[in-house]
Design a protein around this ligand. Structure first.
Ligand code: FAD
Ligand code: DLZ
Length: 515
């Protein structure tokens, strides 16, 4: 009897994956492929490529250990065609299979590729739902249908009821759905988080690191030191470490930024969740247990659970509902090219330089750094959303378009005109100063509003409002800001424009090369 060829993609490394569910070890073959096109459709950070290749190889070994036949194609296989379709074609020729089974991919780009596979292979291709997510695409569509705005908070409350997480007798634990007002503390002096659990690379990972060093040396980012978990067992240990060491303070310092502490109390679990080594429900249940056992306070656990069953599920729903047009969104008509310093980190603005440096070293920065430093700058400076999105997709180990695009284009850049965010996340230097210690060692003065020594976020903020006042005029949440703008003197407006033009002129690639 002929079997099924079950293709598992690099971000589908879960034993419970829908495409593996009815696998018959006697007849079926699992195909896993390292392909050039996936590693370069954006120039991914070397740590991300090494992480996925090593996790894919370990996953293959784990399947083999339970008797599954795995056909694993390495990047340096001499016959490697470099893409999914080519590798499927070769595998169909190698094996006695009569159909292909795959779980739907995370990206629209790959989903459209899949449409052509059946014809090209002359075999039926079954595409199954990705039920590792807690809200299916169909369920999200039913929730969203007929709503003018897709506010996360309402979606989140339904997800709490549906999962039963942090629910007591049908009511939200503690009587409130959302404990954000207890969170968002500025960083206390000397604040120091435990950092994520780190793992020494094994022999298999070392092989991958050599391969990646050889083939992707020209990509942005440092490959070593490499400490990510690459197996489910180690990812579970990383989860356990987070719950014990960091979760209790997660809520309090969720929005804080500290120069010199890359992680604070964040989990650093997103890359494991997004490639399937961890599942969202088990992560939330581990956090909930810590609250029920008195090991972590409710504000921390609720805040953490909200990020996963709320934000994570919600952005995925928005992505699939709004694609493919969503990717071209540019509601504010931002047309400035991405400044070269996003790749070099060479900028006199300390906050940007530090976040980009961390990104280069770790392929990670935390949410507020992404939203309020690199994202806020791109918003205020009017950088083309497509270029900003490509940057975020390339530089973070957890980046896949389904999660990166809504966060960048929708949340950070307001490129979808407010589908996701009720107002642009624009902030001046005062926010950065309140929530971080970056300003203390910056060449610019955050207290100065104008002039060559003023923090550029200060005048760029008002310049953004001046440039976009018509586009934002009907947004009720921006009204108070626009009323302040209307009262601003002409001299002050002229100074804002002058400082902004002067500063923005230094960002062009030509100006950077000249410098
Ligand atoms: P924690 O702060 O510990 O949060 C716990 C978990 O909640 C995360 O692991 C993640 O799975 C989930 N989560 C938190 N916030 C979000 C969110 N806004 N959307 C989706 N899931 C969330 N996250 C990605 O996973 N991939 C991306 O490519 C990505 N791009 C982003 C781009 C921008 C401009 C912004 C503002 C945010 C982006 N995020 C992205 C969301 C968030 O920044 C990361 O999930 C988080 O920083 C990961 O670090 P952590 O695991 O320590 O998160
Ligand atoms: C991100 C990535 C990389 C770098 N390499 C591979 C690969 O070689 N093989 C593979 O199956 N998947 C890889 N991935 C993840 C895919 O890009 C991801 O599955 C799609 O973007 C769909 O989400």
């Amino acid at each position: 009897m002929t079997g099924a060829l079950r293709l598992v993609l690099g971000d589908q490394l879960s034993p419970s994956l829908s495409s593996l569910r009815d696998l018959d070890p006697a007849t079926d073959v699992v195909l896993i492929v390292e392909v050039w096109d996936e590693a370069t459709y954006v120039r991914h950070h070397p740590k991300k490529i090494a992480f996925l290749f090593s996790a894919m190889r370990h996953f293959a070994d784990d399947l083999r250990a339970v008797g599954v036949v795995v056909d694993y194609v390495t990047l340096d296989d001499p016959g490697n065609t470099g893409d999914f379709a080519g590798e499927l074609g070769r595998a169909v020729a190698r094996h006695d299979v009569s159909r292909v089974v795959v779980t739907e991919p995370g990206e629209w780009r790959v989903r459209t590729m899949m449409d052509g596979w059946g014809h090209a292979l002359a075999l039926p291709v079954e595409i199954r739902d990705d039920d590792r997510f807690l809200c299916s695409r169909a369920d999200f569509a039913s929730w969203a249908d007929g709503r003018k705005q897709l506010r996360m908070e309402w979606f989140y409350r339904e997800m709490r009821q549906r999962t039963g997480l942090l629910m007591v007798d049908g009511e939200p634990a503690g009587g409130r759905w959302n404990y954000d007002q207890d969170n968002r503390k500025p960083p206390a002096s000397g604040l120091d988080g435990p950092g994520p659990r780190r793992f020494a690379p094994d022999v298999l990972t070392e092989d991958v690191l050599d391969l990646v060093a050889d083939r992707f040396a020209d990509h942005f980012g440092e490959l070593r030191p490499f400490w990510f978990a690459v197996t489910r067992t180690d990812a579970l240990a990383a989860l356990d470490h987070f719950v014990r060491e960091a979760l209790p303070s997660f809520g309090d310092y969720q929005d804080a930024m500290v120069d010199g502490d890359d992680w604070l109390f964040h989990s650093a679990l997103s890359q494991y969740l997004n490639c399937g080594l961890l599942l969202p429900l088990e992560v939330c249940e581990a956090a909930e247990r810590a609250w029920r056992d008195g090991r972590a306070p409710l504000n921390a656990v609720e805040g953490f659970v909200r990020q996963i069953i709320g934000w994570r599920e919600y952005v995925r729903g928005v992505y699939w509902r709004a694609m493919p047009d969503y990717a071209a969104g540019n509601a504010l008509g931002a047309e400035r090219p991405l400044p070269p310093f996003y790749w070099t980190g060479e900028t006199p603005m300390n906050c940007l330089a530090k976040v980009i440096d961390q990104t280069r070293r770790e392929a990670h920065s935390h949410h507020i750094q992404r939203l309020m430093i690199t994202g806020n700058f791109a918003l205020l400076a009017g950088i083309r959303p497509a270029e900003v999105c490509d940057w975020y997709l390339a530089v973070y180990a957890d980046a896949y378009e389904w999660v990166e695009l809504p966060n960048t284009l929708g949340m950070a850049l307001y490129g979808d005109g407010g589908l996701m965010a009720s107002k642009p996340y624009a902030a001046s230097g005062a926010y950065v100063d309140r929530m971080s210690n970056f300003c203390k060692s910056c060449r610019f003065d955050v207290k100065q509003k104008n002039g060559p020594d003023a923090c550029p976020f200060n005048y760029l903020y008002w310049n953004f409002m001046l440039e976009n006042q018509e586009a934002l005029a009907r947004n009720p949440r921006v009204q108070p800001i626009l009323r302040t703008l209307a009262k601003m003197s002409d001299e002050k407006k002229a100074a804002v424009r002058h400082d902004s033009e002067r500063f923005l002129a230094t960002l062009s690639p030509a100006a950077s090369h000249a410098a």
